[in-house]
Write a protein that binds this ligand. Structure first.
Ligand code: ATP
Ligand code: MG
Length: 319
């Protein structure tokens, strides 16, 4: 089993990037190193962590946790929509079919919190074209999940809120495709919330990316990970909500709050270096989500992630 001391022991072995030009053309996102060759992409989920659109450093076992959780969820939702997954030659690597990505990220929320709460409170939540009810409280559950789309920004730029009307009127997504994509998002989210609830968690909100491959809508990227979603502990939700306290969070929000609290950093200027303690703290939160969702202990090896990936890619004849 991975204990806190193994997490600490993994600190020097985390994966910042992988240079494997033999795999194809590199697109380095904030978290993934994506090598494309024809219509195939080898997506390597590194241990990088980003917050407020800055890459801050690495978190032990993060790439493996995200990639394995995405595989777990892809299997759980396979009756709802096809995904881009072709194979997974290493716990941190997914080989996927390249899709024409929709230029819009489908954010779906079951609760009002985070940036939406801040915008709602400031009276600036209008960009989504949604008529928000008055009198909502922070972290309150919506009667029905609500989609708040954002346009996918180029590297280094912030994503921008957009309304459904604008998406259709600017022709960013064709209306039939948009209808199908939002329908799929609602069904994925419902499945995700139900499973999370059965494991004592609340899937608060999440972000889907979808694309078209072979003329069909497919779910791409990652799903229901603690990077792309918020997770709260279900047991303590009601009491904390009623008392106006912060929820017990098991997602990336932990590092955002550390940055704000310890360094007053919320995206402007140079990000501060991450302390080893905060790197270990985030790793243990992500491990807890993994273990709760899958119902299994997280097992992995302390050691070089890069060496393991190279070995597994070679064994699967990708190198
Ligand atoms: N099947 C797919 N076909 C095409 N693009 C994909 C597919 N799956 C994921 N992607 C894209 O690959 C990239 C994954 O890398 P990563 O998650 O690190 O990027 P990001 O930092 O979230 O986004 P950005 O592109 O803004 O840097 C994303 O740009 C994502 O949209
Ligand atoms: Mg991403």
């Amino acid at each position: 089993m991975i204990t806190e001391s193994s997490v600490r022991a993994q600190l020097p072995y985390t994966l910042r990037q992988v240079d494997l030009p033999a795999l194809g053309q590199l697109y380095r996102g904030k978290v993934r190193d994506n090598y494309s060759h024809g219509d195939r992409i080898v997506m390597i989920t590194t241990d990088r962590v980003s917050a407020f659109d800055h890459v801050l450093g690495t978190i032990p076992f993060k790439g493996e946790l995200l990639s394995r959780l995405t595989l777990f969820w892809f299997d759980k939702v396979k009756d709802i929509a096809p995904t881009h997954l072709l194979s997974s030659p290493d716990p941190s690597v997914m080989v996927v079919k390249r899709a024409q990505a929709l230029p819009v990220e489908i954010v779906i929320r079951g609760y009002i919190t985070g940036s939406l709460w801040r915008d709602y409170q400031a009276g600036t939540a209008g960009a989504y074209g949604i008529d928000w009810p008055a009198g909502l409280k922070k972290d309150q559950r919506f009667e029905q999940p609500i989609i708040t789309p954002s346009t996918k920004a180029q590297y280094g730029k912030h994503d921008v809120p957009i309304s459904e009307a604008e998406i259709l009127c600017q022709g960013l997504v064709e209306s039939g495709v948009w209808r199908e994509a939002t329908n799929v998002a609602h069904r994925l989210f419902q499945r995700g919330q139900e499973w999370a609830a059965s494991q004592g968690l609340i899937l608060v909100d999440t972000k889907y990316e979808m694309g078209i491959a072979d003329g069909k809508l497919v779910v791409i990227d990652e799903i229901h990970t603690p990077d792309s979603s918020r997770y709260w502990v279900a047991d303590s939700y009601q009491e904390r909500f009623a008392g106006g306290l912060e929820q017990e969070m098991l997602d990336k929000e932990n590092i955002r709050q550390w940055l704000i609290r310890e360094h007053g950093f919320s995206g402007q200027g140079q990000p501060p270096p991450l302390s080893d303690d905060v790197r270990v703290m985030l790793a243990t939160k992500y491990m807890e989500v993994f273990e709760r969702l899958t119902g299994q202990a997280f097992e992995s090896e302390v050691g070089s992630v890069e060496a393991r990936i190279r070995k597994n890619l070679a064994a699967a004849k990708y190198l």
